[in-house]
Design a protein around this ligand. Structure first.
Ligand code: COA
Length: 162
């Protein structure tokens, strides 16, 4: 167990997938409190509103008593400071994620030296998964049941079908 026990799991979560949920389950076992924070990636145009994204994550994490879900439109480093977090959790997928994640981790530690970025390896079955792929499949009437949690499956389809 770490000295400080609050960790943050940031992302755009547009929408949350089974890959994200796996990381949340595993990280929630490592820390006393895990804050899942829906954030703004300025490079992305999101389909779900911040409130919808928070609601979807809350539905899937209702059973995890040490997990909180919030939205922030600020900087991740500042958010981590405000919450007194010791760690930022990221899921590492393919090798192609590495350069971008490395750059973000270094930038965040420069902005907030008190926080460490910790990478959890994504499970093999989620390696290829992404939120944009889920959105694309759902909007074209495809089956997304193997990609998103059951409890929000219908809500995502109803929202995205053309
Ligand atoms: N399993 C499956 N898929 C996963 C996954 C996992 N474990 N983890 C991530 N993914 C997918 C996501 O769904 C996402 O798919 P998409 O590109 O189709 O949307 C993709 O991998 C990238 O995810 P991630 O690397 O988490 O990026 P993001 O855009 O979701 O989140 C922020 C990036 C929001 C954390 C980042 O922009 C940020 O920190 N913003 C705040 C502002 C800030 O501080 N900026 C300076 C940063 S140095």
């Amino acid at each position: 167990m770490m000295k400080n026990d609050i960790a943050i799991y940031p992302g755009s979560f547009d929408p949350i997938t089974l890959g994200h949920l796996d990381i949340i389950h595993r990280a929630s076992k490592l820390f006393t409190k895990l804050i899942v924070v829906v954030m703004v990636n300025p490079k992305k145009q999101c389909s779900f509103s911040p409130a919808e994204r928070v609601e979807l994550i809350k539905k899937c994490t209702d059973d995890l008593l040490n997990v909180e879900v919030e939205f922030s439109d600020g900087l991740l480093a500042d958010y981590a400071k405000e919450k007194g977090a010791c760690a930022i959790i990221k899921g590492l997928r393919a090798l192609s994620d590495f350069e971008y994640e490395f750059q973000m981790a270094l930038t965040n530690s420069k902005l907030n030296p008190d926080v460490e970025t910790l990478f959890l390896t994504t499970r093999a079955e989620n390696m290829y998964l992404s939120s944009s792929m889920v959105r694309q499949i759902a909007s074209m009437g495809g089956d997304i049941s193997g990609f998103v949690p059951d409890i929000i499956h219908k809500q995502i389809i109803n929202r995205l079908k053309g």
